[in-house]
Design a protein around this ligand. Sequence first.
Ligand SMILES: Cc1cc2nc3c(=O)[nH]c(=O)nc-3n(C[C@H](O)[C@H](O)[C@H](O)COP(=O)(O)O)c2cc1C
Length: 218
Amino acid sequence: MVAAVKDGFAHFDLAAMSKADGYKLLASVILPRPIAWVVSKDVAGVLNAAPFSFFNILSADPPMVAIGFSAAPDRDGKDTLGNIRAKGEFVVNLVPEELAQAMNVTATNAPRGTDETRLAGLELAACEEVDVPRIVASPVALECRLWQVIEPGGTSSIALAKVVRVHVRATAFEDLARLYVDPSQMRLIGRMHGGGGYCTTRDVFNIDRLSWPLAGKA
Ligand SMILES: Cc1cc2nc3c(=O)[nH]c(=O)nc-3n(C[C@H](O)[C@H](O)[C@H](O)COP(=O)(O)O)c2cc1C
């Protein structure tokens, strides 16, 4: 029995679970997750692309993102992390629905030195600050510089990086001057539970922010 079921909840002690089960549980309940489709370059100049959903923006001042890398003992760590450590720069592309299959192609554990951008037939465009290209068909690309890799003590590593340039397809803006983006124009996907679960960002609803004091409350 991995969980104690009480009061209608299954209660887990992650320390008492296998790492694989802990991963399975957390990745199944922290939903949806944005996907960083990372393009990086190795020291020989070969490009690499791979998706990472242990990803998010962590601060806006300075503008920073984080990516969590699990271990890849078969090849001494993920190629993306090796490239980021070696070169200190990379590009995060966000994934629209029409690129989901191509993204999946780049997630294969191709031998080190394989250019997955070619494997997936991706058109690339040069960036402005970093020596790594972005994916043209991705509506959003973030040029990133590595700030720090954190090794919290297990087998995972967390890369924290500063965002130095942002590219957004112009048609995604309702009003560019006001920075109003229409998310439906980007049709981004997110990561859901299980091995192959994804969601779209088309199911949107709005709630107005409230100010204090709350109407009708003490
Ligand atoms: C949608 C998706 C999300 C993924 N998220 C992560 C992640 O957050 N961390 C990770 O280590 N691997 C993740 N993976 C697996 C990597 O993409 C996979 O191991 C890939 O081969 C790594 O490539 P690389 O060695 O070229 O860096 C994910 C795979 C998919 C399909």
